[in-house]
Design a binder for this molecule. Structure first.
Ligand SMILES: [Zn+2]
Length: 152
């Protein structure tokens, strides 16, 4: 059978997407754990959104596959009317030094989207990026370029 490369949502792949978690960080950790192995094996980025459900809990939209260099959370749809609070994505697996960090583009997207960004690197490290307007006001001068927090 010929091999196919599918971008976007992988049909039939099991996911905890939709399951409720108490905080956005918990939902993001679940999403990032889910795409960790897949990203490295496929050498592809995966991305999606973290959103609040109507019951107040948080969850994530199904991971959408990107390319080896890019991914788009917009390719992973959320239910109508929910509030997206963050995006998540993986860095796919060249194991380059730059794969272990948020890229400048990642930070720009989060800043203009006014959403936190979550990242899992090829080594399995999880990070959260807070754009400057999500940094506590007293620390905004010090972290004018935003703030990166290690999650695991
Ligand atoms: Zn990135």
């Amino acid at each position: 059978m010929p091999e196919m490369t599918i971008y976007g949502i992988i049909p039939g792949s099991p996911s905890d997407s939709g399951k409720g978690y108490p905080t956005p960080d918990d939902a993001a950790r679940a999403a990032l754990s889910e795409i960790d192995t897949r990203s490295v094996e496929d050498k592809s980025e995966y991305a999606g959104n973290v959103y609040q459900k109507s019951d107040g809990s948080y969850t994530f939209s199904p991971p959408a596959r990107g390319t080896d260099r890019t991914s788009r959370a917009e390719d992973s749809q959320v239910p109508k009317g929910v509030k997206v609070v963050a995006t998540y994505h993986s860095h796919g697996g060249e194991f380059a030094v730059s794969d272990e960090l948020f890229s400048p583009t990642d930070k720009i997207k989060a800043t203009f989207g006014h959403n936190d960004g979550y990242l899992i690197t090829p080594r399995g490290d999880m990070y959260k990026y807070l754009p400057v307007d999500h940094v506590p006001p007293a620390a905004q001068n010090e972290f004018a370029g935003g703030l990166v927090v290690r999650l695991n």
